[in-house]
Design a protein around this ligand. Structure first.
Ligand SMILES: NC(=O)c1ccc[n+]([C@@H]2O[C@H](COP(=O)([O-])OP(=O)(O)OC[C@H]3O[C@@H](n4cnc5c(N)ncnc54)[C@H](O)[C@@H]3O)[C@@H](O)[C@H]2O)c1
Length: 539
């Protein structure tokens, strides 16, 4: 693989006539290996700094010790805390303070988008991402392109348009109320491993555009990508003091949170940590957590090859490590009779490690995956549809999972009686399949009602009455409907986030940025006392 990377690097150099490593980059993802490891740095107070201690991150494809990531702790966290404490609650800018910074961020976003269009920079970001979170070329390119398009969206005057205010006429001459979207000031942003560039970039720049000053913490397995991306952003004019990047373990981050005055913490990751931080901060959190995402295939069977392809993508692309991945599929009996499962089975069988259409699972090892599969197969009527075995002939280290795309059939009534076991998110290439008849749709809906997480969902049907019945009785924040409905897809052009939880966060769109990174403020101007005013009766 390494030889391939070097060959590709040389090919690109030849094709484009310049180095494939951008001038601001400090790591070469094409040659990164145990013999050419890279040591990451924290960004604090506008300076790149080393740490006293490091953790080692291994190459998920072969176990090579290829990254040394700061294990920031002890006294080293004090600078992060004091920087956050210096930030005023009114932010670095707001609609009536330092408004030129909206233009600054419009320019930065425009410049970043321009840079990301350059092939050598796009390739660099794709490779860096793929080295730490192995996914296919198509999947990784999709992540980079969504990120670039987000920056295109917020170039120019769009930061100030985003934070536009409104006025309402008052009760008398000289009175007017103005509604503002106000930043929180000192904030923290915690991001997971599965989208090393898209999640942190969209949240970080939404946060900055709105006037906040964040401490950024990414999962250390993948924080290489944002460590490099921030160097690009600084090169594009971002003031280096506008954000602190910390690489640390959970305890150090919790200590920072406890000792700091963060006004809001945006967290993306597991529900367990989300709940923990929620309690720790007395609810000052905006959460994007686990996804147990469902798909319902309606009674109207059509376009079976397309729908099967979409199911395979939804369940198994990026080895199922998307929070939007299809976790459970309820197929109407008409689809089952049409041989739908066999179609998905043969599509899933095309996936291979050599092109990363299936790859390492970074938070579940094979023992944990096997235990989950066994516990479901032990339930009444459950049967393995396909997969169910570890991958073979590879060098993925055993701390990570490596499993075939897997599907297990579980009857509807078994799910009803064993809901907690069946409807548990396995963050890997795994899905539950069930079948329902016309008169069992309400049983399916009763399952959806019981679910804890309401992130993505798909109603695959072109029957408008069917779609409306399901959509009107459910709450998922991102619900795709129609024969092309999918569960995965977190582009920059529509809201992505859970619904039905007051702590729920969104990402990327104007509404998402305003909902997560600003709160409402109203300033009422009242300046004009009439000349003939007299003291009224006591009231
Ligand atoms: N809803 C979404 O938009 C979305 C997107 C991506 C992933 N996810 C979810 O994330 C999960 C997978 O990620 P994971 O298991 O690595 O998540 P995780 O909760 O273990 O880690 C997420 C981040 O939190 C940090 N962290 C962990 N414990 C912490 C603590 N006590 N204090 C402060 N920070 C802490 C981690 O270092 C990491 O940066 C899945 O459940 C997936 O569905 C959700």
């Amino acid at each position: 693989m390494l030889t391939q990377a070097i060959a590709r690097n040389l090919l690109l150099k030849h094709k484009y006539g310049f180095s494939t490593i951008p001038k601001w980059a400090t790591c070469d993802p094409y040659t990164l290996s145990e013999s050419k490891p890279y040591t990451l740095q924290n960004l604090v107070s506008g300076k790149w700094k080393d740490a006293k201690e490091y953790t080692t991150v291994v190459d998920p494809m072969n176990g090579d010790k290829f990254l040394r990531v700061p294990d920031t702790k002890g006294d080293e966290i004090n600078e992060f805390i004091s920087n956050a404490k210096k930030v005023p609650k009114s932010g670095l800018h707001n609609p009536i303070k330092n408004p030129e910074r909206y233009q600054l961020y419009g320019n930065i976003c425009g410049k970043i988008a321009e840079e990301m269009k350059k092939p050598e920079i796009e390739n660099f970001l794709c490779k860096a991402t793929q080295r730490v979170m192995p996914k296919s070329d198509v999947q990784v390119k999709g992540e980079i392109v969504v990120t670039r398009r987000f920056f295109e969206n917020f170039a120019g005057d769009n930061p100030r348009f985003l934070c536009r205010s409104f006025n309402v006429a008052g009760d008398h001459q000289g009175q007017q109320s103005s509604g503002y979207r106000w930043p929180y000031g000192p904030v923290a942003l915690i991001a997971p491993f599965n989208f090393p560039i898209e999640i942190p970039c969209l949240q970080l720049f939404g946060c900055l555009i709105a006037g906040n000053r964040p401490t950024l913490k990414i999962d250390s397995k993948v924080s290489l990508v944002m460590e490099q991306f921030l160097r690009l952003a600084i090169d594009c004019g971002m003031p280096a003091e506008d954000v602190d990047l910390i690489h640390s373990g959970p305890q150090a981050m919790e200590k920072i949170i406890l000792d700091t005055n963060y006004r809001v913490i945006q967290f993306t990751g597991s529900s367990t940590v989300a709940e923990r931080l929620s309690k720790l901060t007395h609810g000052k959190v905006k959460i994007e957590d686990a996804g147990f995402d469902w798909k319902i295939l309606g009674p109207d069977v059509s376009d079976i090859d397309y729908v099967a392809w979409q199911c395979d993508q939804d369940a198994y692309a990026a080895s199922g490590q998307k929070c939007s991945a299809q976790s459970i599929m309820y197929a109407h009996e008409n689809w089952m009779k049409a041989g739908f499962v066999d179609k998905i089975k043969s599509l899933a069988a095309r996936r291979k490690l050599s092109d990363l259409t299936i790859g390492p699972v970074l938070t579940w090892d094979n023992q944990k995956i096997k235990n989950h599969i066994d516990s479901i197969l032990a339930l009444p009527g459950a049967k393995l549809l396909f997969g169910g075995k570890p991958l073979t002939n590879h060098s993925i280290p055993s701390i990570y999972g490596s499993y075939e795309p897997t599907a297990i059939f579980v009857p509807l009534e078994t799910i009803s009686k064993n809901f907690d076991i069946v409807c548990k998110e396995l963050f890997g290439p795994f899905q539950i399949v069930s079948e329902y008849k016309d008169n069992q749709l309400d049983t399916v809906l009763s399952h959806l009602e019981k679910m804890e997480n309401h992130l993505t969902a798909a109603v695959v049907s072109n029957d408008v009455k069917f779609i409306n019945y399901v959509a009107s009785n459910t709450v998922n924040g991102v619900t795709y409907t129609g024969i092309r409905a999918r569960t995965t897809g977190a582009p920059q052009n529509h809201w992505f986030g859970p619904c039905g939880d007051p702590r729920g966060a969104g990402i990327g769109t104007p509404e998402a940025i305003l909902a997560v990174w600003t709160s409402h403020r109203e300033i009422i101007t009242d300046i004009d006392i009439p000349k003939n005013w007299k003291v009224p009766q006591a009231s």
